[in-house]
Design a protein around this ligand. Structure first.
Ligand SMILES: Nc1ncnc2c1ncn2[C@@H]1O[C@H](COP(=O)(O)OP(=O)(O)OP(=O)(O)O)[C@@H](O)[C@H]1O
Ligand SMILES: Nc1ccn([C@@H]2O[C@H](COP(=O)(O)O)[C@@H](O)[C@H]2O)c(=O)n1
Length: 226
């Protein structure tokens, strides 16, 4: 079997399985892994802690510029820090999830984080990077670009299952949150969420997680052999 070397990008809407799939694909390929959403979430922690209004692009830029965001590229561990303080759990909180899209829409924030993302993966022989603009902006020459999708109902049900939510009203609220975030991320002026023209679209609506992972690993190995 060919040893994979190269870059795999995984972009797509919220809750399609990017993080869980990208991490597993990286482990299977023996590749490094970078969760760029975690970086935008860490930047959001810095903005919230600085007490900056989410309409204040200059204040947001100042807070993110001052913050030291720490993240690794080991697929087996997840640890995110802001100014040395561990925020691995906090970045998944509702407070951060609600605020992250306005923070990530600020062009100066994107420039800072895109530079940091490129630096983090520059020396990796094999890497899987997931986010919203990885195939279009961060790594335009990647070996394989995947755009991961799933039907909105499937995404809401999966996220509900992940959180242990069964109440239909709360599942509807989860669906609304996913819709709101996707609308924001795909309509912002700077690097909106969209598939790269050379991306392979993988629709996981009717697949188990392991089938999604296997399909992407196979695509990556085919590209490495080509
Ligand atoms: N076929 C499938 N493919 C991918 N993920 C699946 C599948 N079936 C269930 N899931 C589950 O969907 C949930 C959401 O996945 P995950 O958090 O990785 O999505 P995400 O795209 O990274 O979301 P976000 O953008 O909001 O961070 C996880 O619990 C994952 O295990
Ligand atoms: N490349 C990226 C990655 C993420 N974002 C923004 O961060 C939010 C959180 O991402 P998750 O993958 O952790 O859910 C996301 O909604 C985007 O606003 C981004 O802009 N670019």
């Amino acid at each position: 079997m060919t040893h994979f070397s190269g870059q795999v990008t995984l972009d797509g809407p919220s809750g399609t399985g990017k993080s869980s799939v990208a991490r597993a694909v990286a482990l299977e390929l023996g590749a490094a892994y970078l969760d760029t959403g975690a970086m935008y979430r860490a930047a959001t922690v810095a903005v919230l802690d600085a007490g900056v209004d989410l309409d204040d692009a200059e204040g947001i830029t100042r807070a993110v510029t001052r913050a030291a965001i720490g993240i690794g590229t080991d697929a087996a561990t997840e640890r995110v820090t802001v100014d040395g303080a561990e925020v691995t759990e906090r970045i998944r909180s509702t407070e951060v999830t609600r605020a992250v899209s306005p923070v990530s829409a600020v062009p100066a924030v994107r420039r800072l984080l895109v530079d940091a993302q490129r630096a983090l993966v520059a020396d990796a022989t094999a890497v899987v990077v997931e986010g919203r603009d990885i195939g279009t902006v961060v790594l335009p020459d990647a070996t394989l670009k995947v755009y991961l999708t799933a039907a909105p109902e499937a995404r809401a049900e999966r996220r509900a299952a992940q959180l242990g939510v069964t109440d239909p009203a709360r599942i509807a609220a989860i669906a609304e949150d996913l819709r709101r975030r996707d609308a924001y991320d795909s309509t912002r002026a700077d690097s909106p969420l969209r598939p790269a023209t050379d991306a392979v679209t993988v629709d996981s609506t009717h697949w188990e997680r392991h089938e999604t992972i296997a399909a992407i690993v196979e695509l990556a190995r085919e590209r490495a052999e080509a």
